[in-house]
Design a protein around this ligand. Structure first.
Ligand SMILES: [Zn+2]
Ligand SMILES: [Zn+2]
Length: 306
């Protein structure tokens, strides 16, 4: 995909496209007829919220204001996660409404009641019918809230296979399940059956991070990196290689400090990036550039000059 090549060819000395009127706020190349917006302030960091859920009902009343805030914050692209196929039509409608939005299709490990015999076919059809589908997910394992590992694996394995079949990356949700996830992914890597992907909303230790990095996966930091007791996550943010991390909100969940407990929204990815920058002793601009370039490379996002 040309945007990956662009991302890989880009160098740190190249400026990012700045949000400007009529160009999709920072580089999404598809114009949206009739979707006029005011220009964002100049010199913003160009950010990608690599994981959001604005399809949830708590955005019903004020989504235009939420979008205005993410554009003002410099968010030029968003990747919308999917927890079950019943959401896909509504997420696709959001992509029609917001041209900077791309999305995934998949079944979350806590939504396996939606997994049935034809789910792979449904996901395959959805991914094949819209080029704005850039990933399979979110999929994974969650042993924090549920103990139904076998059922979760029944939904996880075919989705990993589908991602390999379609050449798409995966968005991996892994909570209190690093050992089980590594047991699943490591043999796949040896067999050439592991898709590219990202460990989203990273919440593990540096040792676990190293194991997932060794499988070629990206690590994505959410608002949890701002929480005072998140020492392991903060250590990971310091240690992760520059070419392997993303930032995300996972909104409406996990609002970063000091808004913890409130509804989260994509604009707050700037707070996540600022915390990562502080931990890495880098500028916000550098972290925004790096994480946006990584997201563009992983998902094939059509960002200009990233
Ligand atoms: Zn998740
Ligand atoms: Zn999510």
């Amino acid at each position: 995909m040309h945007s990956i090549a662009e991302a890989e060819a880009a160098t740190a000395s190249q400026p990012l496209a700045q949000p400007s009127p009529g160009m999709g706020q920072g580089g999404i190349s598809q114009a949206a007829p009739g979707n006029e917006r005011s220009p964002a302030p100049a010199n913003l960091p160009v950010l990608v919220d690599s994981h959001c859920h604005i399809v949830f009902r708590n955005f019903d009343d004020d989504l235009d204001e939420v979008a205005a805030r993410w554009r003002q914050a410099g968010v030029c692209a968003l990747v919308h996660a999917c927890v079950e196929p019943g959401e896909i039509a509504a997420i696709r409608a959001l992509a029609d409404r917001f041209p900077e939005l791309r999305y995934a299709v998949g079944v979350h490990p806590l939504d396996t009641q939606h997994w049935c015999d034809d789910t792979v076919a449904v996901l395959r059809q959805a991914a094949g019918s819209d080029p704005r589908v850039v990933a399979i997910g979110e999929l994974g394992l969650d042993l924090f809230r549920e103990r139904n590992l076998d059922r979760q694996l029944e939904a996880l394995r075919p989705q990993l296979d589908l991602a390999v079949e379609l050449g798409l990356p995966v968005i991996i949700h892994c909570r209190d399940a690093a050992e089980a996830m590594l047991a699943e992914l490591t043999p796949r890597a040896a067999q050439g059956r592991l898709p590219r992907g990202v460990m989203h909303c990273w919440g593990g230790t540096p040792e676990e991070m190293e194991a997932f990095l060794a499988l070629g996966l990206f690590i994505s930091f959410s608002g949890t990196v701002t929480f005072p007791k998140a020492e392991a996550i903060q250590a990971c943010a310091r240690l992760v290689p520059a070419d392997r991390y993303l930032v995300e909100t996972d909104c409406p969940f996990l609002a970063p400090a000091p808004r913890r407990g409130k509804r989260n929204e994509p604009a707050n990815v700037a707070t996540v990036a600022a915390k990562v920058a502080e931990l890495r002793a880098e500028s916000l601009e550098a972290v925004a550039l790096t994480s946006s370039r990584n997201a563009a490379a992983l998902f094939g996002l059509p960002l200009h000059n990233v």
